[in-house]
Design a protein around this ligand. Structure first.
Ligand code: PAF
Length: 284
């Protein structure tokens, strides 16, 4: 197992990144909120193929949680996370505390005008402002050449790509495919909230997406029909409460009515107390 640097201060991680850059290393950042699972590990494996200095950040970012959301109860297990990253051959882990990131009198945020007004942004008003802000800060702090994000958080990925373009970050953003349990459930730290019964209900998310592609292949082109079918399927399972089901343009996230080109189908459903999301590219 390799020796891993565990760093919690801005000055140390910035100095380390400067040193790595001087040595000609390509720094890859995998930002996470910890409680790592196979999905995060796949981002690290993907990251390894894009550079030779792999940094993982672990920070539960308060700015992306709204009032009444699960900031306090968000699962955390740093010892277990550190064991996992060691096995993945990560070079450094950045584990700051909240004060290190937001300091005193913090007041500068990154906010996008249009992309957050769709999908998760409708029910989580501060979410993407918090994400864009912390990711911009992590980019300035860790100074990576490459950053890897999961496609499971599709809207987050689109927003970060847009922010990188708009603010001229000299960083390549990689979107890594969603990792699923053997039965299809997208991996998520929040899956730990599910009871065994809710775990079965949660499968209706990915089954709805697979069924949507099958409907498309059978000739259905009307997005509303596909959304209705997914709604019926999910509602037929106990403990489910749909936040949204959308069929949208993969880049602008604007709703699509007639599917005559590849589209993203995305959904968010509360299963018990876990708010779960999933998405898939649908191709006519
Ligand atoms: O995807 C996540 O885990 C978080 O939103 C991120 C990108 C680490 C920002 O806090």
């Amino acid at each position: 197992m390799n020796v891993i640097e565990i760093i919690s201060t801005l000055t140390e991680i910035q100095a380390r990144s400067d040193r790595m850059r001087r040595q000609g290393k390509t720094i890859v950042l995998v930002p996470t909120m910890g409680f790592l699972h196979e999905g995060h590990l796949s981002l690290m494996r993907e990251g390894k193929s894009h550079g030779n200095d792999l940094v993982v950040s672990i920070f539960v970012n308060p700015a992306q949680f709204g009032p009444g959301e699960d900031l306090e109860t968000y699962p955390r297990d740093l010892d277990r996370d550190l064991d996992l990253v060691r096995k993945e051959g990560v070079d450094a882990v950045f584990v700051p505390d909240v004060h290190e990131i937001y300091g005193d009198r913090f007041q500068t945020y990154v906010e996008l005008e249009k992309l957050p007004n769709h999908l998760c942004g409708n029910s989580r008003p501060v979410f993407f402002k918090g994400i864009a802000t912390v990711v911009a800060k992590l980019f300035n702090i860790v100074k990576p050449h490459v950053a890897v994000f999961g496609q499971k958080d599709y809207q987050q990925l689109v927003i970060i790509r847009q922010m990188v373009r708009d603010l001229n970050f000299d960083i390549t953003v990689i979107g890594s495919p969603t990792v699923r349990e053997p039965d299809g459930l997208a991996m998520s730290s929040r899956n730990t909230y599910l009871t065994p019964g809710q775990r079965v209900s949660a499968l209706s998310l990915c089954q709805s997406l697979i069924n949507a592609q099958a409907l498309l292949e059978s000739g259905v082109r009307d997005a509303a029909e596909i959304i209705d079918s997914a709604t019926d399927r999910i509602r037929s399972h106990p403990d489910t409460e749909i936040d949204y089901i959308a069929v949208c343009d993969p880049e602008t996230l604007v709703d699509v009515k007639t599917i005559d080109r590849p589209v993203r189908m995305a959904l968010a459903v509360k299963v018990g107390k876990a708010r779960l999301i999933d998405n898939m590219l649908l191709k006519p």
